[in-house]
Design a protein. Structure first.
Length: 586
């Protein structure tokens, strides 16, 4: 645009855009005047002074040259060359008619904007989800996480998940091997939790264990932005119709809140059926011969009570599923383990556990040393885990012994998105592992110490006295589950659909902030003795008790248990028991 320069009294000039301004407010470039704008105010001028990040020098840049752009994320003009990733036609706001305003913004590489909006048949990236979430004309579709104009798609797609495409499912990895570190990093950078008070107060009952959950689904897809934030990894699984969502290894307060937040998203955006499962892995546990033996003994002692909490088909498949995925741990292996195990007999006893888990191999083949064991004989490349029959028990010890996960997996829970059920079960199984860790020496020295072990005993010996309210809540959870399963089993229901089990919390509600009623019940309960005593005869408020002149089980006293079976079983009978156990017939 050609302009005449007007200088009345030498004070005003005409800019390239036709404005008459004091000369001091303009910049002369190539014999033309340009209005000097403020860098942080869009369209405030014709030229803007910008400090180049690369050269470190300040320079005036014309807005019509294409070298600079107003960055709505930074709320200022920037040199394009200083921006790594730019969305040049994104949604940056909503006008008074509830229509999108388009503009350019840079991406924060640590927290990129990936909220997608469908408008006029095209998909746009929105600067912030809050912008579009507060727009009355748009709503997020649960089916794919994209925001659509309300009249543009069927109403059901806004509220109900749909099956994800085969193309998307096939594009996902089969497991999280090799990608977990990347997801952990994203979670650490993005996740900014708002902690529930009950998480603040009681997360420590999980101890120092790490934990990871696996949720199987039949339909639905959680948007990448939410998965990245939660550390929730989508995987393909050939045994289910939908996706499997696996958490990264979690721990402590942050981990417990992540579980609750993840469950809320899964509940909203995905669906499951009775063919799905909920699995929990625990890590930060000893990978020693002693721990394998001790844990096996503890798990075997409580497995009958655990089966009482879940549908009968979890114990005996009855053809409900293609495979029996949750078989009991075999009696034959338990009968081979010595009642009293010393340092001299540890390897001999561990060989029995190893022989079972390896499906017949000998520990001596690996020099009787755990460091030499890398992969399972039936899956040496780690690509065909379904060939390992001994992983399909209610507790899977294979990842700790042979896998790279270094975890123990609890597999028995039926599918659910109820945070109260999941967190109670998470604490219960963590208590089983922690009980074994804390009392390993006594368990090995004398199996009589756990001969009458119950879940209630285990909780009382593991969870601190000051957290008796958690023990009471878990006892309530266990009792309600048993009552429901017992009722369904009496009626001949082998499946006992999880959704029909309505769990009512008594003290601690993990779903939402605690109400005044919750807080009052907790306050009234705090410090009281548990009325229900251990079947082993100990009082949980006793801090130091001795048994046979020795401190017993972390200072908690117990009455002597009945002597275990000491008769003889011939080799042929034992081999028959083992074979029946392996085939799931016991």
């Amino acid at each position: 645009m050609n302009s005449k320069y007007i200088k009345p009294n030498g004070k005003l000039v005409t800019t390239i855009s036709g404005e008459q301004l004091p000369k001091k407010h303009c910049r002369l470039i190539n014999k033309k005047y340009y209005k000097m704008g403020k860098r942080n105010i869009k369209d405030s001028g014709d030229v803007y002074q910008i400090l180049s990040n690369k050269s470190g020098t300040k320079k005036w840049y014309r807005s019509n040259t294409g070298y600079i752009v107003y960055d709505y994320r930074k709320s200022m003009y920037m040199l394009k060359t200083d921006l790594e990733v730019i969305v040049e036609n994104g949604i940056v706001g909503i006008d008074k008619n509830q229509k999108p305003i388009f503009g350019t913004f840079s991406q924060d590489l640590k927290n990129p904007s990936i909220t997608q909006v469908s408008f006029d048949g095209k998909i746009y990236i929105c600067l912030s989800e809050e912008i579009i979430k507060n727009c009355q004309n748009f709503q997020e579709a649960i089916s794919d996480g994209i925001y659509y104009e309300r009249q543009s798609i069927p109403a059901l797609q806004f509220t109900e998940p749909i099956s994800c495409s085969k193309e998307y499912k096939n594009s996902l990895p089969y497991d999280s091997k090799g990608i977990t570190k990347k997801w952990i990093k994203m979670h650490e950078e993005k996740y900014k939790p708002v902690f529930l008070q009950q998480v603040e107060d009681y997360h420590h009952v999980l101890g120092d264990l790490t934990f990871g959950l696996e949720f199987e689904t039949i339909k639905g897809k959680i948007p990448d932005s939410i998965c990245n934030n939660l550390g929730l990894i989508p995987l393909r699984d050939g045994s289910i119709e939908g996706l499997e969502y696996v958490t990264i290894p979690l721990q402590g307060k942050n981990g417990l809140q992540t579980v609750i937040d993840s469950v809320n998203q899964l509940k909203r955006r995905t669906r499951y059926d009775n063919n799905c499962s909920l699995h929990i892995h625990y890590g930060n546990i000893p990978r020693t011969e002693e721990f394998f033996i001790g844990l096996y003994k503890v798990l075997f002692k409580i497995q009958e009570e655990m089966y009482d909490m879940f549908p009968l088909h979890k114990f005996k498949n009855f053809g409900i599923k293609k495979k029996h995925y949750t078989k009991p741990l075999p009696l034959g292996t338990m009968l081979k383990l010595d009642n009293k195990i010393s340092s001299k007999t540890v390897k001999e006893n561990f060989n029995h556990v190893y022989s079972f888990l390896s499906m017949g191999s000998s520990y001596a083949n690996f020099g009787n040393h755990l460091d030499n064991i890398i992969s399972h004989p039936s899956d040496p490349q780690g690509t065909s885990k379904w060939n390992i029959r001994t992983r399909y028990h209610w507790v899977n010890l294979i990842p700790l012994l042979f896998g790279n996960k270094q975890t123990v997996e609890f597999r028995i829970h039926t599918p659910t998105y109820d945070a109260n059920k999941i967190v109670n079960y998470l604490i219960l199984c963590a208590s089983i592992v922690n009980f074994t860790k804390n009392n390993l020496s006594n368990i090995l020295k004398n199996s009589n110490s756990i001969a009458n072990l119950t879940l209630h005993d285990l909780l009382l010996m593991t969870i601190p006295k000051k957290d008796n309210v958690i023990i009471a809540e878990l006892s309530n959870y266990i009792d309600q589950r048993k009552e429901y399963i017992n009722r369904r089993t009496r009626d001949g229901d082998l499946i006992a659909i999880e959704k029909d089990f309505r769990y009512n919390h008594k003290y601690v509600n993990w779903k939402a902030p605690l109400t005044n009623d919750d807080l009052e019940r907790i306050a009234n309960y705090g410090g009281r003795r548990l009325k229900k005593k251990s079947s082993l005869g100990f009082d949980p408020v006793i801090t130091t008790t001795y048994f046979n002149n020795n401190p017993f089980l972390g200072g908690v006293g117990m009455t002597p248990a009945p002597e275990p079976f000491t008769g003889n079983i011939d080799t042929g009978q034992l081999e028959q028991i083992e074979e029946e156990d392996l085939n799931g017939d016991l």
